[in-house]
Design a protein around this ligand. Sequence first.
Ligand code: BTN
Length: 256
Amino acid sequence: EIEVASKHIGNKIYHFESIDSTNTIAKKLATEGAIEGTIIIAEEQSGARGRLGRNWVSPNGTGIWMSMILRPNIEPMEATKITQITAAAVALAIKKVTGCDVGIKWPNDIIINKKKVCGILTEMSAELNCVNYIIVGIGINVNMNLLDFPEEIRPIATSIKSCVGESVSRKKIVTEILHKFEELYLDFVVHKNIEKSMNICKKYSVTLGNQVKIKNRNKEIIAQAIDLTEDGQLLIKNELGEIEKVLSGEVSVRGL
Ligand code: BTN
């Protein structure tokens, strides 16, 4: 059982022992009319999805596998902001509960010791320039040992347990994420303000100031990550010294 201090986010919680993907079930529930703030959490996922068609390892009882249903009155273009708000909330929550040194790799990975501890998958349904719903999927490796990861991702994956040295309460982290997310999200949808979220994203960024490789539609460029715009896009300086905006795509930070 999860008790939440947040009022809006987590107003309805579905908890599954095992499910294919919390994002998939969230979409189904959203289509059936589930209200904003509905949360879906699973102990285990058999077909979890990551970004760019990848899969996501979600073994039983060791991580936080959850999705939130949101219905913000925003334009589809603004969905990136939701991802940034989520990254900010997750980074703050992990930092507060565990003390671990967290980093945010733009646009949606949380990093500890240069390895990925959390991924965020934002999916949207929109028509006529109106958002119908947004599903934010959050996967956090909490109490996994290195050997719980498939061999090929061991060099790039880590868990909170590996950082802290012992198991950590998933409940505490979930509660803190919902609490922080609610504050930052309401700032955005009610007051149209994401300054606080963007400041957190900048403060914890492991991308800014570094060289990045950006893959987008078979094109690959090396550039310097300069700044985040106020609406969550990455500003880069390309080889010609020109400043460009990057909306999404595959960004890898050199050495990470
Ligand atoms: C990524 O980094 O590629 C994003 C990973 C997102 C994984 C989470 S786990 C909960 C939710 N359900 C899914 O199927 N995916 C997301």
